[in-house]
Design a protein around this ligand. Structure first.
Ligand SMILES: [Mg+2]
Length: 524
């Protein structure tokens, strides 16, 4: 160990020695240390670029690890100082399915809902055929007819997602979950805690997840969130990529504007009309010009094009909306059955808002036509609400204004412009509003006490008599257990992939699996 000579400011003698000492303490690395001593390897600081992914030895410039001979390594001149990470599980739902059923290992697997649903996740074997998340299932099966389609077990995915998140929390308390299977981590200052720089700890994390959970994760490491997220996409699956201050500018320059997260095809077309096609083109414009041309989005884009992103990693994600939607088994053209479905999603949205103790001023109606065109309509209310009655009535007005000749395959209702609830207020134009609000609160209390089907509205009874999906079943003794599962925070709202679940699937995903103990998700 004494032969270690380090002069690189990016990799100080202290940190290099700390790593080596830490590695000597690790039982699984004793063999490496003895080899290291025997060879009396002098690690020259200028050559240290990273670590071997197999034995974790610091590696010199040579592509091969001197300790174990492996060619697998993570390497970057700034490897010792980068500390903002983005971790993303690879094809998470499919990886869990393949882990539980080894027969699926080499087969193309799609997790998603039935004939009318969409792809919630596609494994890498299926992606070779062009299958992508959120693609309609019929289209996915046309591209890959041999794919194994699995409806999915969202309870199991949530459980594994929480296990992985807990492992992230062993690395740093600053974990910002983005969805069930990805998160940002700020590991600044954790080197003293762990005795190893973030890159090395993340490499160990990657191995731990594979060993304990049985799925692979891809990691991006940089100095801000934008670049970390960009890096994690560079080397999938089971990848580890780093972007440093010195290489970020050049790396981004030739990329198309769509490479920047948040620039969709529509915004990219708008930018192209102004002669902006690559990130280099964005840099040619001043912030003022970008702001004038494209507003706030333009300014954000100008900053990201220069690899500037000052957003901190937040442990509490600010919720921007709550919503619920359902895909029909068959397209619906008539307004009456559409209104029945609308009541169902309005009530679910209200339930989410009440459970989170939030209210929203903006009510959104979402429709998807039979030819897959999405229509959204919004209305801003005088007062924020969390009542199903108001959400329904507002969406109803918007729905009835839509042309009557269209058939729809999906309906959704949402609340945004969120704030703390301010209490129910009357409506001068609707004298019955206050009475209905009181009735809804009273029925909520009854549902809390006796189960969600204890109180039914006329519309729900009508749906039930027609045998429609989404209509509540007759109250059973299981309702109390379901209620406690709901209050344990097992909601699928906002979960990546879940919003695309077909009719009837979301409600299953919201229930806690009976065999698994699932602690409440942090940060919710
Ligand atoms: Mg993922």
């Amino acid at each position: 160990m004494k032969s270690l000579r380090v002069a690189n400011p990016l990799f100080t003698e202290h940190s290099a020695n700390t790593i080596i000492n830490y590695k000597c303490k690790a039982a699984n690395l004793r063999q490496y240390c003895s080899r290291f001593k025997r060879k009396s390897v002098v690690i020259r600081s200028a050559n240290i670029k990273g670590w071997c992914r197999d034995c974790e030895a610091p590696i010199p410039a040579a592509p091969q690890c001197e300790a174990c001979g492996s060619y697998r390594r993570i390497a970057h001149p700034e490897a010792a100082v980068l500390s903002i990470a983005h971790i993303d599980c690879d094809a998470f739902f499919c990886s869990v399915e393949k882990r539980d059923n080894p027969d699926l290992a080499d087969k193309p697997v799609i997790v998603g809902g039935g004939r009318r649903g969409v792809v919630a996740a596609a494994c890498y074997n299926a992606r070779v055929y062009g299958v992508r998340s959120a693609m309609p299932m019929f289209k996915a099966l046309k591209l890959c007819p041999d794919a194994v389609v699995i409806r999915g077990n969202h309870g199991a995915y949530s459980y594994e997602g929480r296990r992985i998140k807990n492992m992230m929390l062993d690395l740093t308390p600053l974990v910002e979950p983005l969805s069930i299977d990805e998160a940002f981590l700020d590991m600044t200052g954790t080197e003293r805690l762990h005795g190893a720089p973030p890159a090395l700890m993340l490499m160990r994390f990657q191995k731990r997840v594979l060993k304990e959970v049985g799925v692979t994760v891809s990691i991006g490491l940089s100095y801000n969130k934008f670049l970390a997220k960009t890096a994690s996409d560079l080397d999938k699956p089971h990848g580890f990529a780093m972007l440093g201050r010195a290489d970020a500018q050049d790396f981004l320059a030739d990329k198309p504007v769509g490479f920047i997260f948040g620039v969709g095809p529509s915004f990219a077309r708008t930018l192209a009309k102004s002669g902006i096609e690559t990130i280099k083109d964005v840099r040619m414009k001043t912030d003022r010009e970008m702001m004038t041309l494209f507003g706030e989005s333009g300014l954000r884009l100008a900053r990201l094009a220069r690899a500037e992103d000052s957003r901190p990693v937040k442990t509490q994600r600010e919720r921007k909306s709550v919503s619920a939607e359902t895909t029909f088994n068959d397209d619906i053209r008539d307004k009456d059955p559409l209104l029945d479905k609308l009541w169902f999603v309005s009530q679910k949205t209200a339930d989410h808002a009440k459970a989170k103790d939030i209210a929203g001023r903006v009510v959104t109606l979402k429709l998807k036509t039979s030819d897959f065109k999405t229509v959204t309509r919004r209305k801003t209310l005088e007062q924020p609400t969390q009542l199903a009655d108001i959400i329904f009535k507002t969406c109803e007005q918007m729905l009835l204004r839509e042309p009557g000749d269209k058939a729809y395959r999906l309906i959704g209702a949402g609340l945004s412009g969120l704030s703390a609830p301010t209490g129910d207020s009357g409506d001068l134009l609707d004298p019955g509003a206050m009475a209905r609000a009181k009735a809804e609160r009273a029925s909520d209390k009854a549902r809390d006490k006796f189960g969600k089907n204890a109180v039914m509205k006329g519309r729900e009874l009508k749906m039930k008599s027609r045998g429609m999906k989404g209509a509540p079943a007759a109250p059973t003794h299981k309702d109390a257990a379901r209620k406690s599962s709901r209050s344990a925070g097992m909601r699928s709202i906002g979960m990546k992939g879940a919003s695309a679940a077909p009719e009837g699937q979301k409600s299953r995903g919201m229930l806690k699996p009976k065999t698994i103990s699932t602690p409440r998700k942090r940060g919710e």
